[in-house]
Design a protein. Structure first.
Length: 206
């Protein structure tokens, strides 16, 4: 497949999302130049088990084909996370959006050296504020495996609440593990984090 033939626009968003500027970071819409880096990240078995049920490693050509298909309907909004040096360090996106019933699923990934620096939390707050501001969403779901304690703790601190438990859902390292489905509710998000979004995250607030 010709690399230049890839369409990054998404049928569900119907418009290209803007760049979101935070303090010391940015969220930029996915473009063709990011695909090789995304393929590298999603081919790393040391991280893959944390955020997806996939166990296979795709070739670059297979990955581009899958991404092209998913960008036409599966993904809703997809951003690449840039640090203060404008280096891509991760991604954050929504998928399986149901704008009639008002919910979507979200996933965040950061490369290992960019974790535990607070960037994931700030990127999440900016992203969730954007989603609740521009889409008719009542809640945002995140699925997390029980062995991913770092992400589970971060989501709880970000206001997510357990809404479902999927017992023995993921086979990993010789046994089955629980998957939790957590939900972030629009009203509770702004009640808890509204001032923080303005004070800590947004770049245009002194």
């Amino acid at each position: 497949m010709n690399r230049n033939s890839i369409s990054i626009e998404n049928n569900q968003t119907r418009f290209k999302p803007p760049t979101l500027n935070g303090k010391g970071f940015r969220l930029v819409p996915l473009n063709r130049d990011n695909l090789s880096l995304l393929h590298k990240w999603e081919s790393d078995p040391s991280s893959l088990y944390l955020y997806t049920l996939r166990k296979d490693i795709l070739s670059r050509e297979e990955y581009i084909e899958v991404m092209t298909s998913r960008l036409k309907g599966y993904y809703h909004v997809f951003f690449v996370i840039l640090n203060q040096k404008d280096k891509p360090v991760g991604f954050i996106y929504t998928y399986d959006a149901n704008l009639i019933d008002g919910f979507t699923f979200a996933t965040t990934f950061l490369e290992p050296e960019s974790r535990r620096l607070g960037l994931g939390a700030k990127a999440g707050l900016l992203f969730y504020d954007y989603l609740f501001s521009y889409y008719p969403l009542r809640k945002i779901y995140c699925d997390v495996f029980e062995y991913n304690r770092e992400s589970f703790s971060a989501l709880k601190h970000a206001g997510f609440e357990i809404e479902g438990e999927f017992r023995e859902h993921r086979f990993f390292q010789g046994k089955y593990h629980m998957m939790y489905r957590l939900a972030l509710y629009r009203g509770r998000f702004y009640k808890k984090f509204g001032s923080m979004v303005q004070r800590v995250v947004l770049n245009n607030i002194p």
